[in-house]
Design a protein around this ligand. Structure first.
Ligand code: ADP
Length: 250
């Protein structure tokens, strides 16, 4: 028979954990409603203004339509990310592991993000002597991880700055991939929370750059599913570095 003290301690821990989950759920729904409201109301108010007569005003009609369309685009981003994160959290993440060349994935992401980087005159660098470095993992998911991290380094990087990706050996069978920028940086107090769903640092420009606050939560899920580690290091005002480990393959 379980003694009473133990039983009551166990119940207290369970209640505490349920309360934490409930708080988390409440925060999540609150944040979600807030995130959806802004673009919804923006597009509605511009469309209503057009209906009320602005449609005939050639000075503004195209501009208002474009603003409404941008707001809808943002909604689509949020819903897509939500879809993905729900899938990750309910079904768990099914990895399809294979051997692949991480260097060519990095180059591919660079190509994809080149336009975005050019807009801010940010140079993308690859710091690796090897042209081929094979790793074990889910290629598509790691592609997503690199896209989110490199995209963040551009979004939160400074004009005419740099985003650098390096791949280094650590212990015998592991590599560490670092994504470094010289942007605004992140204060230490935010380090833990940046991986939470919808967590965004005020004044980071996340809203204006169209972020959903889900990118890093998705990244963390994928790295956890690989049983690997992800780290953040940053000097506020100097830059940030996100890094994660992967298993090397021969
Ligand atoms: P978002 O969609 O807002 O970019 P993320 O989950 O990708 O969401 O990132 C969470 C927050 O962490 C961002 O809103 C931003 O404030 C901060 N952040 C992420 N990457 C960087 C970076 N490289 N430099 C500075 N801040 C960053």
């Amino acid at each position: 028979m379980m003694d009473l003290k133990k039983f009551s301690k166990k119940s207290r821990t369970e209640i505490k954990s349920m309360q934490e989950k409930e708080n988390f759920r409440r925060d999540f729904i609150g944040n979600l409603a807030h995130e959806l409201k802004t673009p919804l109301f923006t597009s509605q108010s511009y469309l209503l203004t057009l209906i009320d007569g602005a449609l005939k005003d050639e000075q503004v009609n195209l501009k208002y339509l474009k603003i409404a369309e941008k707001a809808i685009e943002r909604l689509i981003f949020i819903v897509k990310d939500l879809d993905l994160i729900t899938q990750l959290e309910t079904e768990g993440l099914k990895l399809e592991k294979s051997k692949f060349n991480i260097i060519s994935i990095i180059n591919n992401v660079f190509e994809m993000l080149e336009l975005q980087a050019n807009k801010k005159q940010i140079s993308l660098f690859l710091g690796s002597k090897n042209k081929i470095l094979n790793v074990n993992g889910d290629q598509e998911k790691i592609h997503q991880v690199l896209t989110n991290l490199i995209e963040n380094s551009i979004k939160y990087g400074k004009e005419s700055g740099t985003s650098e990706v390096t791949v280094e050996d650590i212990v015998k069978n592991k590599v560490i991939i670092r994504i470094t920028d010289n942007g605004n940086g992140i204060k230490k107090t935010h380090f833990k929370r940046v991986f939470e769903r919808f967590y965004r640092i005020d004044n980071s420009g996340s809203r204006s750059s169209g972020g959903s606050g889900l990118g890093l939560a998705i990244v963390k899920h994928i790295i956890d599913a690989h049983n690997e580690k992800i780290y953040v290091e940053s000097d506020f005002g100097v830059g940030s570095e996100f890094s994660f480990t992967l298993e090397k393959s021969n």
